[in-house]
Ligand binder design. Sequence first.
Ligand SMILES: *[C@@H]1O[C@H](CO)[C@@H](O)[C@H](O)[C@H]1NC(C)=O
Ligand SMILES: *[C@@H]1O[C@H](CO)[C@@H](O)[C@H](O)[C@H]1NC(C)=O
Ligand SMILES: *[C@@H]1O[C@H](CO)[C@@H](O)[C@H](O)[C@H]1NC(C)=O
Ligand SMILES: *[C@@H]1O[C@H](CO)[C@@H](O)[C@H](O)[C@H]1NC(C)=O
Ligand SMILES: *[C@@H]1O[C@H](CO)[C@@H](O)[C@H](O)[C@H]1NC(C)=O
Length: 289
Amino acid sequence: MLRHSILALLLARHIHAVQLLTPYPFRSPYDDTIDEDDKDFNNGDPLAIDGSNFPCKLYQDDNTNPNATDIKATYEAGQSYSITLLGNSTFGGGSCQISLSYDNGQTFKVISSIEGGCPLNSTYDFTIPNFVPDYSQVLLSWSWFPFLGPRVMYQNCARVQIGSGSTKRSTRHTRKQRRSYYSKRQATALEDLPDMFVCDVGEFGNGCTTIEQRNLIFPDPGDNVVIGQNNETADPGPGYRFPDNSTSSTTSGATTQTTESSGTSEITATSSTGVITTAGVNYHYIKHF
Ligand SMILES: *[C@@H]1O[C@H](CO)[C@@H](O)[C@H](O)[C@H]1NC(C)=O
Ligand SMILES: *[C@@H]1O[C@H](CO)[C@@H](O)[C@H](O)[C@H]1NC(C)=O
Ligand SMILES: *[C@@H]1O[C@H](CO)[C@@H](O)[C@H](O)[C@H]1NC(C)=O
Ligand SMILES: *[C@@H]1O[C@H](CO)[C@@H](O)[C@H](O)[C@H]1NC(C)=O
Ligand SMILES: *[C@@H]1O[C@H](CO)[C@@H](O)[C@H](O)[C@H]1NC(C)=O
């Protein structure tokens, strides 16, 4: 009885933040197969701004989550589906991405970008690209950068299976396909899909921070982009910046100066690409100023 009152209180306090409802993300408070004690009633909280639980709150790791490999949805390549979201702390909207990871969270490949107005709708459609391989241990990620409020990244991840679960098709593409990709700029293989935008999670986003009340335009949104409206008129995007004081936002043609606290200015190049390695995982990045 007492335990249930405490749970009800926890629910009342935390359940309203928008979070992925279906497919059930890891440790979802709405997933009836999970014991009360194993549910994360804070699953609607953002990722830590220091990146310490990036990606997926680290729930994708089967060393720490005994159910990390349990499949919550099965999709077919080339078919369309939707995610559902629940909660009414929407922070006026923002921009979201739906991504797939075939390497348990080392890289996330974008299949849908919603720029503005997300998550004001509770359902978002996506199509599993027809060229992705069958695999039983894919992560489906919903990530969100809110329009208003603290500069944070939200991410919930669900374990999904694509097709039969066993890879039969090659993820590699032919030289001809690659040429065609570069001329048409259209993805023809998993590796051609853009990387998920990562920001507001410390070094994983290169110290990138989003800018409140600006329209967040993803640097590489991919082939499937939905434009939505935030609940207020947004200042022009792209709406993110790096700590070297250069900015990715302009107002009336003027560069907006950023004020950064000391200790965040170690990146001073005007552009760079590279790899951050943390806990044995390589995070590839391309940075534009
Ligand atoms: C794992 O699944 C079992 C069986 O459904 C459930 O009892 C348990 O609470 C789950 N644990 C987590 C951490 O999801
Ligand atoms: C917020 O969510 C709660 C619980 O689902 C619901 O009772 C309430 O009506 C919602 N409020 C708004 C403003 O949508
Ligand atoms: C937009 O949303 C924010 C927070 O969710 C709220 O405070 C604000 O009043 C909303 N603005 C409008 C015009 O509805
Ligand atoms: C949100 O839902 C409305 C009504 O169904 C639709 O017209 C609009 O395109 C949707 N917006 C986004 C960004 O999905
Ligand atoms: C940021 O830019 C301002 C104005 O150009 C400058 O005064 C300041 O020193 C810069 N800060 C850093 C950390 O580079």
